[in-house]
Write a protein that binds this ligand. Sequence first.
Ligand code: MIC
Ligand code: SF4
Length: 650
Amino acid sequence: MGLTLAQKLIKAHLVDGEMKVGTEIGLRIDQTLTQDATGTMAYLEFEAMGIDRVKTEKSVAYIDHNTLQTGFENADDHRYIQTVTKKHGIYFSRPGNGICHQVHLERFGIPGKTLIGSDSHTPTGGGIGMLAIGAGGLDVAVAMGGGAYYIPMPKMTRINLHGCLKPWVSAKDIILKVLEIMSVKGGVGKIIEYGGDGIKSLSVPERATITNMGAELGATTSIFPSDEITLAFLKAQGREKDWTEILPDEDAVYDEIINIDLGELVPMAACPHMPDKVKTAEEIGKIKVDQVAIGSCTNSSFVDMMKVARILKGKTVAPNVSLCIAPGSKQVLNMLALNGALSDMISAGARILESACGPCIGMGQSPNSGGVSLRTFNRNFEGRSGTKDAGIYLVSPEVAAASALTGYLTDPRELGEAPEAAMPEKFIINDNMIEPPASPEEAESVEVVRGPNIKPFPKTQPLPDEITAKAVLKVGDNITTDHIMPAGAKILPYRSNIPHLSQYCFAVCDESFPERIKSEGKGFIIGGSNYGQGSSREHAALVPLYLGVKAVITKSFARIHAANLVNAGILPFTFKNEEDYDKINQMDELSLPNIRERIENNEPVVLKNLTSGEEYELVSSHLSERQRKMLLCGGLLDYTREITNKPKGL
Ligand code: MIC
Ligand code: SF4
C-alpha cells in the first residue's frame, strides 16, 4: 500500500510508536521556530532543562508579536530572547524583519523537513512541503533539546483542487471554502494534504495561505507536495539547493477525500465571530465598513501586497474607512518600496504598519465600538481585535482592497478587470536582520539579560490521590485560547509574568472568574466541544495552573491545548456521555476519587457530583502512557527532570 505525502515524512522522522491512527507517535524534529509572545516562556523552559546548545538542524526565534512597546516589558523580553538564543545556538530574527511564518517560508523552510513552532500557524510551512506543526512552548523547548515531539497519529484527508480560479478569486477563498465544508473542528486529528491538477496554478505563498488557515480547521497540519512550483519559489529565494521533490505515492490511501472545483469559487468572507461562518460576499451584501486591515501571516506575501497596490493605485480610500497595511516581512516591504507599490498604497491613504502581527493579535488598530472591520487575517474570535462588540470579517486581499475604496463590503468582481501580479523570478535577499548564534566557544561569554518582568514558572505538584473542588466555571462550545487567556496590547507584554496575566483569565466570558477561583483556591472547568481551539499559547494552561485549575472536563478538545494542559499537569478529560455536561451546574462540588491510582493503572475515571449525588464516566483513553506519567509527576518539566535526573531549576 502506498503512502501519502505526510505519511512519508512521518515515517522518515518516526522515533517512537507505530503509525496507527490515534496512537501516540514521537517525531524527530529538524527545525523549530518561536515568536516573542510564546518565546520568552519557551526559552525559560529550555534553560530550565540545562542543555547548552540546541540539537536541531535549525532553530529560529522571531520577534513579531509584541512589537508595540508601551513600556519596558516587551523590549526587555526581546533582549532576553536575543541573548538567550545567541548563547544556545538559535538564530534570531530581529524586530522589523517580519512575521515568523512569512520569514521562515522565505529564508529557512526546507521541503521534507519537520518543523515545530510555538505558534499555531506553523503549518504555513506546509506550503513548501514541510511537515510543520504548531505546539506548546514546552514541546518546542524539548525539541530544541533533541527530544521527540509527540502527537496522536493523524488520519489523512486529501483535498483535490480541480481547474483554475476565476479572476478576483484567490487562495483565501479556497481555504474559506474548506472551512465552510469542514468547520472549525472538522480537521481535528487529521493532516490535510492538497493535490489535484489545480495545485499547479498556485504559487508557494498562495499554498501557504491555505496551509496557514488549516489551523482554523483544527487540523494537525496541512501540506502541499514539493514540486516544480516549490522549486521556482526556492530559486527565487536563492535557495534551490534546498529543494527535493516530494510527492505522495500514486496508490496512497486516504481516510477522506474532498473535491473542490476552483472555477466555481467566488469571493467570500468569514463572518463574526468564527472562521467557519463563511458566506459569499454577495450573500453578505453591501454592509458599511469602518476599517480594513491587510497583512498577517495568512495574506502578507509580495504577490498579495502587489494585488492590493494595483487595486489602490491612483484612488483614495473611502472617507469612512481606516485602511492599514502590514507587509509580512522586510523582504516584502523592501520590494514594495523599490518598485513603487508602497508609494501607490501611501498615496491612496493607507496607514502603513511595520512588518509584524500588529492588529491580528490586537496590538493596536482596534476598531471603533460596534465597528465592522474586514481583515485578511485568519481569526475573527470575539474580542480578539481589542473591541468586544466589533464585527470582524475575514476576507481575501482583493475583497479588502476593493472594500477599502468603496467603503462597503464589495465583491471585487464589480471593479472590472482583475489586477495582474505574479511571483517575481528573484526576491531581494538581504538577511542582515537575522543574527546567527555565537559559536560554541564564544557562547560561554554571552550574558543572558533578564528584565524584571520575568517571573518564575508556576508551581506544579505531583498528582494527589484524590481531587475535590468546585466547578468554578462552566462554558459552552468552541471556547478558544483567546477566551481562556486573551491577548492584545494591554496584556501581551506580560507573557513572561503569569501572576499578572492571571487577572485576565477568561475575561471575555466571565470577568469574575479569577477572583472566584482564587477565593476557592482550586477548581474544575467544565467545557463544551472543541475546547481550546485557536492559538497554541501555553499560557492558556499555565495561567489556569497558577490559579489552581486541577482538571478540565469537556465534550472534546482541540489538539494543541489538550497537550498543553497535560504539559502543565492539568487533567484533560472528556465526558463519556455528552449529556452529562448538562447535568453539572457551575459551582457544583465535584470529586475525582482515587485519581492517582486510576491514571497510574489506566483505569476508567469517574467524576462524582457531590452536590447532586450523581456520577459521570469520563474518558481518559486519549492519554498515552507517556502523558499519564507526565500527569503523575505534575507536568512535562517535572517529567523531563525525572527521566533525565535534572535538578529542579526554575
Ligand atoms: C495567534 O495567532 O493567536 C498567536 C498570537 O499567533 C498565537 C500564539 C500566541 O498566543 O502567542 C498562536 O497562533 O499560536
Ligand atoms: Fe501573528 Fe496573527 Fe499570524 Fe498569529 S495569526 S502569527 S498573531 S499574524
